[in-house]
Write a protein that binds this ligand. Structure first.
Ligand code: COA
Length: 202
């Protein structure tokens, strides 16, 4: 594996050609997929967040931005220890920005797009991220298919997503102008759905 024009590449052992690695990975899980493997700890309180100032503080957003996201069909979920928010993430059935690039994504029907998650540094490694995702899947009773994207190099995110029962559907490659190209194989039904749900990014 080597750096080529600023991007990581690997060589294809069959053809001998260099292959550009994806920039992001797209994952999905169906509501019906098992959640039994995700450990839950009653030590943490999981809920839809109604503390906009508290969330804004921990997520480094303005209170107006929290309100704007909510108005556009995004629900903030949090994990708390006492009153303190220690982990958060957004569930979109509406419109969301993607990766801070002026690209707006519209998510409709039984689809839910999970985005902008973080656990505060001192609480990382306690399984909060998969726990919160699993809680969202349980709570969003009308959600049938849940989607999430992470940067390929974000191993911590990928490990949490796998623990929450997601399967990798597609690879996303950055394109000039901020759009992405979708590539990949796997569950063909999910891949076909991904082409529709994420059409605004292509
Ligand atoms: C990705 C992130 C949300 C995971 O949150 P979390 O609550 O720590 O999740 P988990 O406890 O399941 O840990 C996931 C992985 O993080 C890594 N990890 C464990 N402890 C860690 C620590 N103290 N610091 C950093 N990463 C740690 C491990 O690889 C762990 O996987 P493992 O338990 O199989 O070894 C968190 O690292 C984070 O906020 N990162 C910055 C924002 C971000 O990348 N968000 C995701 C965008 S989709």
């Amino acid at each position: 594996m080597r750096e080529q024009r600023g991007r990581l590449t690997g060589s294809n052992s069959v053809t001998g050609t260099a292959t550009v690695l994806p920039d992001h990975l797209l994952w999905a899980r169906r509501r019906a997929d098992s959640l039994s493997a995700v450990p839950y700890s009653p030590f943490f309180l999981l809920e839809v967040c109604d503390d906009a100032p508290g969330l804004a503080r921990v997520a480094h957003l303005s209170v107006d931005e929290v309100a704007r996201r909510r108005e556009h069909g995004n629900r903030p979920y949090v994990a708390r220890v006492g009153h303190r928010i220690v982990s958060y993430g957004w569930c979109c059935q509406g419109t969301a920005e993607w990766s801070g690039r002026n690209l707006t994504l519209s998510v409709e029907g039984g689809h839910r797009y999970l985005w902008d998650f973080a656990t505060v540094p001192e609480w990382r490694g306690h399984g909060l991220y998969p726990m919160l995702i699993a809680w969202i899947v349980r709570s969003e009773r009308r959600g049938q298919i849940f989607w999430i994207i992470h940067d390929r190099e974000n191993d911590a995110s990928q490990r949490g997503i796998v623990k929450a029962g997601f399967q990798c559907v597609a690879a996303l490659y950055d394109q000039p102008g901020g759009r992405v190209r979708l590539g990949g194989s796997g569950d063909s039904e999910l891949l076909q759905l991904a082409r529709v749900v994420f059409r605004d990014l292509f």
